[in-house]
Ligand binder design. Structure first.
Ligand SMILES: NC(=O)c1ccc[n+]([C@@H]2O[C@H](COP(=O)([O-])OP(=O)(O)OC[C@H]3O[C@@H](n4cnc5c(N)ncnc54)[C@H](O)[C@@H]3O)[C@@H](O)[C@H]2O)c1
Ligand SMILES: O=c1ccn([C@@H]2O[C@H](COP(=O)(O)OP(=O)(O)O[C@H]3O[C@H](CO)[C@@H](O)[C@H](O)[C@H]3O)[C@@H](O)[C@H]2O)c(=O)[nH]1
Length: 441
């Protein structure tokens, strides 16, 4: 195999895991990040976020001497390929903010040797690779080759997704770039789709938008199930057995969160709008998702009458299990909405320790407890926001005894109704056929 020198710009979820993957494949990797504390931690073998298996993989590759961490570009570098994996957060209008991508590419323009490949892994609007090519040419670097190599990893299982991807998309402008990408990815066993860069960029957005659509669709079905007395978990199972539909992304609940689906769906609505097209379907997907997050507030209000003074415990703050990422977590919207109703809100999560939330127009740091029994004691209701196995495995009989009112809203449909009934819990769920308000003491 050929060893390639690779520079990875951005050492977050995507950059770090990608860098480690290339290192493991035998390449020599330099990771660059502007965040000094992140680089310092990585040099000490610490991963500044929670991702299963990453600390071990980092330790192994540092030991092998195949990966190094920097706060500035090694200038000039002999890297034949650079990967751009910096953040592309949403602007207030919902489109992707490309400031970090431009900074990264401008840095690479000064650092890379002749003919190197600049592979964009950040999720960027369709047409960005072409614009970056022009930007590089304007800086006297028409020789640099720009590619779009979107990333599809899921947080919480990032290593598995990067080492065993469902597919690899190589958006290229010439054959030499395709060849370089094939060489660098040699050893990964997945179908390769070679396209132009705009198509590759669209594959990324369309994939996320489609998965988000499945989620909003099943949440709509769930809301109807509640009104007509059907069980959405069985509906999803029955639907998913049809291979044309498939079982994945049909778990009804409090909707999607995280750093990608919310941002990328809004960005695609914007991309369409800027191209003169109204993406009606996706706009509805976004709207349904926003409404779904607050379903527990409506349902608890129906039952309690008012939430003023009620103690409500949110079980789960991370946007999904297996990560400490709280970006766009439904828990934060729920916290704010419950506080606005006058409730006393407590939060619990096995890995998140604190979270920032906008309360009454001010940004506040909110503490998160890691002992569910502590925050459930004396509570009037609990909401399962994140389906951590720790919450499913609670001694619910014990919990029901020491909650003031043993009401649990299962926002992820992970608790077993029969077991909860036996434990003495009043269970509310999403789409399992119980819409009528349960009058509560
Ligand atoms: N997180 C995911 O699951 C995921 C999956 C697929 C694609 N993506 C996309 O990949 C991109 C990165 O996402 P992430 O979650 O890894 O972000 P992140 O915020 O975890 O990491 C981005 C890193 O880039 C660094 N950075 C910013 N500007 C820089 C610069 N000019 N030079 C060097 N470093 C710089 C930041 O300090 C940060 O450490 C985004 O576009 C995202 O949409 C994310
Ligand atoms: O049936 C389902 C499946 C997921 N979710 C929610 O959807 C969100 C996203 O979940 P997941 O896809 O597992 O997490 P991410 O790490 O955000 O990964 C998505 O976003 C990444 C960033 O673009 C992509 O790379 C991945 O392919 C894509 O799955 C989470 O809030 C989940 O709770 C549901 O509500 N129901």
């Amino acid at each position: 195999m050929v060893t390639i020198n690779v520079v990875v710009v951005g050492a977050g979820y995507v950059g770090l895991v990608t860098g480690l993957c290339f290192a493991k494949l035998g390449h020599s990797v330099a990771c660059v990040d502007v965040d000094e504390s992140k680089i310092k931690a990585l040099r000490q073998g610490q991963v500044p976020f929670y991702e299963p298996g990453l600390v071990e993989l980092l330790g192994e590759q540092v030991q092998e001497g195949r990966i190094s961490f920097h706060t500035t570009f090694p200038e000039p570098t002999d890297a034949a390929m650079a990967v751009v994996a910096v953040g592309t957060p949403p602007t207030p209008t919902g489109s992707a903010d490309l400031t970090s991508v431009f900074m990264a590419v401008d840095g690479l323009a000064r650092a890379l040797p002749h003919g190197a490949v600049v592979a964009i892994k950040s999720t960027v609007p369709v047409g960005t690779a072409s614009k970056l090519k022009e930007r590089l040419a304007a800086q006297g670097r028409p020789d640099l080759r720009v590619a779009s190599v979107p990333e599809f990893l899921r947080e919480g299982q990032a290593i598995q997704d990067v080492f065993r991807p469902y597919r690899m998309i190589f958006g290229v402008m010439d054959e030499a770039t395709e060849q370089m990408l094939r060489t660098v990815h040699e050893g990964l066993d997945a179908p390769v789709v070679v396209t132009d860069t705009a198509t590759a960029e669209m594959i990324k957005y369309a994939s996320n938008a489609f998965l988000a659509t499945k989620i909003s669709f099943i949440n709509e079905i769930a809301n109807i199930c509640d009104r007509v007395g059907a069980d959405v978990t069985q509906v999803a199972y029955g639907m998913g057995l049809d291979p044309r539909i498939g079982p994945s992304y049909l778990r009804a609940g409090l909707g999607y969160g995280g750093s990608c689906f919310p941002k990328d769906t809004r960005a695609l609505v914007n991309i369409a709008g800027e191209a003169g097209y109204d993406f009606q379907l996706l706009r509805a997907v976004v709207e349904v998702n926003q409404r779904q997050r607050l379903e527990p507030v409506r349902r608890l209000k129906e039952s309690f009458g008012t939430l003023a003074g009620r103690v409500i415990t949110l079980l789960g703050v991370a946007f999904k299990p297996g990560t400490d990422d709280v970006r766009e977590s439904p828990a934060i919207d729920l916290y704010v909405a419950l506080m606005a109703e006058g409730a006393v809100v407590r939060m619990c999560d096995p890995v998140v320790r604190r979270v920032r939330g906008w309360i009454s127009g001010a940004s506040k740091i909110l503490d998160v407890c890691n002992d569910p029994y502590l925050v459930l004691a004396g509570a009037d209701a609990a909401v399962v926001v994140t389906e951590w196995p720790e919450f499913v495995a609670l001694d619910w009989r014990r919990v029901a005894r020491f909650m003031r009112c043993p009401v649990v809203f299962d926002g992820r449909n992970v608790l077993k109704p029969d077991e909860m009934k036996m434990a003495g819990v009043v269970l509310l769920s999403v789409g399992r056929g119980c819409r009528s308000p349960i009058p509560l003491r």
